[in-house]
Write a protein that binds this ligand. Structure first.
Ligand code: UDP
Length: 321
């Protein structure tokens, strides 16, 4: 399989959401390989601290208000969006707009600049709550999503975003590539966003380190498949940069499916905590199983996640300490 390393040097990248968790790691890898990065971020959920160490030009602005940008651009990565369910449900308008109106603006810029590639960070949430026979879930599964519920600003926002990308690809030949990202974790993923909790892994780590109850929702038998950020960045850059992939949609994640109760126990052990598990209600529309079918990612991208949960947790906990 060809490598993307040589395709980055001397190229200019726009990364929306570049001060967020994923965007900052993408920016860092691109700069390390000799690319030039411009970050466009309104800091609604990202933090300037995530990108301060980079050389990247930083523009503090909202993707929904940005219609044009100066200079040459070779690639665009649209990673701007709130992603944590607890937080996006408190900011539903910002969430749906970043993935529709804001995405539309970035697709127009891609058209103006005639970019070589446009990556949209879509999500496993487009699958909603798939029945067991569609887990692991392939890209061909159309989804089982509640269009009128608390998660729909994100799920349907991303689904509409995919439709925008498809439409631009068909109508204008915009070189879109869509990643359906499954739960990703690592340093810089936050345990709190305003008064909301961020994502489950940093939340459980903080609870375990403080020897507080670990708050498992429902019976804890719901599953997620956690991908370490290094692997995720590798998959995303393969999808954006390898030849012949315009118009493709590919799952990127790790297919090691775990229940949330298993995750709670693993984290408790990793920090030698005396925490107990406290069960609470399962949030409405929380998917029961989530695991990617990675056959397409392997075939088209040569992608394979390498970091095991225990290893990735060690890095994450080290960063949080
Ligand atoms: N979760 C939990 N306790 C918490 C936070 C989350 O049991 O304190 C569960 C949540 O219900 C979901 C899973 O952990 O089943 C992952 O939640 P997260 O908010 O990280 O993201 P999601 O995968 O739902 O987008």
């Amino acid at each position: 399989m060809e490598s993307y390393d040589g395709k980055i040097k001397g190229k200019s990248f726009l990364i929306t959401g570049g001060s967020g968790f994923l965007g900052s790691w993408l920016s860092e890898r691109i700069e390390a390989l000799g690319g030039t990065v411009t970050i466009l971020d309104n800091l609604s959920s990202g933090s300037r601290d995530n990108s301060k160490h980079l050389k990247a030009k930083f523009i503090q602005a909202d993707v929904c208000e940005t219609k044009t940008l100066p200079g040459k651009l070779d690639y665009i990565i649209h990673a701007a969006s709130i992603a944590s369910p607890d937080y996006y449900q408190k900011k539903p308008i910002e969430t749906i707009w970043a993935n529709t109106k804001g995405l539309h603006n970035m697709l127009e810029i891609a058209k103006q600049k005639k970019v070589k590639g446009f990556l949209f960070t879509s999500t496993s949430e487009v699958y909603g709550n798939p029945p067991d026979k569609f887990v692991p879930t392939p890209e061909t599964y159309y989804g089982n999503v509640n269009s009128y519920g608390p998660r729909s600003c994100y799920d349907e926002g991303k689904r509409c975003g995919e439709a925008y990308c498809y439409t631009f690809f068909q109508a204008f030949g915009t070189p879109v590539r869509l990643a359906r990202i499954f739960n990703t974790y690592g340093p810089r993923l936050r345990a709190k966003e305003g008064s909301s909790y961020g994502r489950v892994i940093p939340r459980f780590v903080n609870q375990a380190r403080a020897n507080e109850d670990i708050t498992v929702f429902g019976n804890g038998k719901q599953t997620r498949s956690f991908c370490y950020v290094d692997d995720q960045v590798d998959g995303l850059l393969r999808l954006l940069l390898l030849d012949g992939l315009d118009g493709q949609v590919v799952n990127i994640g790790n297919d090691d499916e775990k229940t949330i109760i298993e995750l709670a126990k693993t984290i408790k052990n990793a920090v030698s905590s005396s925490s107990e598990v406290a069960f609470g209600p399962l949030p409405k529309d929380d998917p029961i199983r989530r695991c990617p079918d990675l056959r397409k990612a392997k075939k088209l991208l040569g992608f394979k996640p390498r970091i095991k949960l225990k290893e990735g947790l060690k890095e994450t906990i080290g960063w949080m300490t």
